[in-house]
Design a protein around this ligand. Structure first.
Ligand code: DAH
Length: 339
């Protein structure tokens, strides 16, 4: 009986601080091999007249140990779960999320649109899979023009009539077939050419087409529009020059160069030491093209231009390899901020 009293005190005083200590408590007091289990085993050795009382005492002791064990176990568990998931503090300011960044091609496209929108251009769209009419024929490409051959154009399932568009000029036709002048629109989009991938060429890239058709549109309008664009895009000191060129869908045609924004015209390897870099093809829309779209070529004239978005981005940020745009390397992509 005296032993029982001591065990009782021991159980009441127990205060396990870890799972290990709790396990030791369990082994000592609970189960058949514990001290209490041992006391139960010894009931039969007790003289019959004391057996009842002894049994009651041992039973009480067993209940005490079990309750104490349960209480300590619950306490430890609640402390544990408290460590793993602290309750939220709803008064804390919310964490500032780190958003991704826009792709440099998207930034450049948006900036081009922004510049032209301010002078009255809207944005038009056309399909990436085109037919021969919209990509070539309506644009006045002669039947034997080399750009129609297999090495330049990705045809769809060997159908010579359906291809991935090779330029955004196809959208000129789409728009003019459906709208009458005045038309002043910009057509940004992806284009595809069967070219080997290198630092300077890719089989998928982006262009922006722009054109204006109305009465009395002249080459002066083209010059002034692109001069405005060049200064907005590359800075107020940018110079522009027009070199005679040839495109089937414009007459006359010109290539547009700007003074190299990297060496400021002094000469560097980007401008191949000429001081000038090409940014766009352009010209007055060939009357045949207007006629092909159902626009009266006697009444209306128009100018058009087309530029590579990658090229503008490369000049703007001094990027020297076209492949970087499509490799999805986050170290490259995260550097660009809208300008
Ligand atoms: N479509 C031409 C190309 O892909 C670029 C171009 C040149 C577009 C002259 C035009 C233009 O609108 O007038 O190389």
């Amino acid at each position: 009986m005296q032993g029982i009293d001591e065990l009782k005190k021991e159980i009441e005083a127990a205060d396990c601080q870890s799972k290990d200590e709790l396990e030791k408590f369990r082994l000592r007091f609970i189960g058949r091999k514990s001290v209490i289990g041992d006391l139960f085993a010894r009931i039969k050795e007790i003289p019959p007249e004391q057996r009842k009382e002894f049994g009651q005492q041992v039973n009480e002791l067993k209940n005490l140990a079990q309750n104490r064990f349960q209480a300590m176990k619950e306490k430890l568990e609640s402390q544990d779960s408290g460590q793993e998931a602290p309750p939220f503090d709803l008064t804390l300011p919310s964490a500032v999320g780190v958003p991704g960044s826009l792709h440099p091609i998207t930034i450049t496209r948006n900036r081009i649109i922004e510049i032209f929108e301010k002078i009255g251009f809207n944005v038009s769209d056309g399909p990436e899979i085109e037919d021969d009419w919209h990509n070539f024929t309506a644009l006045n490409f002669p039947p034997n023009h080399p750009a129609r051959e297999m090495q330049d154009t990705f045809f769809i399932e060997k159908d010579p009539d359906i291809a991935l568009r090779t330029h955004t000029s196809s959208v000129q036709i789409r728009v003019m077939e459906n709208q009458q002048p005045p038309i002043r629109t910009l057509c940004p989009g992806r284009v595809f050419r069967n070219e080997a991938i290198s630092a300077r060429a890719h089989c998928i890239f982006h262009q922006v087409e722009g054109f204006y058709v109305n009465e009395n549109v002249s080459f002066v309008d083209l010059k002034q529009t692109l001069f405005h664009f060049a200064k907005e895009m590359f800075g107020p000191d940018t110079k522009v020059r027009y070199r005679p060129s040839y495109f089937p869908f414009t007459e006359p045609s010109a290539e547009i160069d700007i003074s190299c924004n990297i060496c400021k015209g002094k000469g560097c390897n980007v401008c191949k030491y000429t001081g000038w870099v090409e940014i766009a093809g352009s010209g007055m829309i060939d009357p045949n093209v207007l006629t092909n779209c159902g626009i009266d070529a006697e009444k209306y004239t128009g100018f058009a231009f087309g530029m590579g978005i990658e090229r503008i981005a490369m000049l703007k940020w001094e990027i020297n390899d076209l492949r970087l745009f499509t490799e999805n390397d986050i170290r490259f992509l995260e550097q660009f901020k809208p300008f």
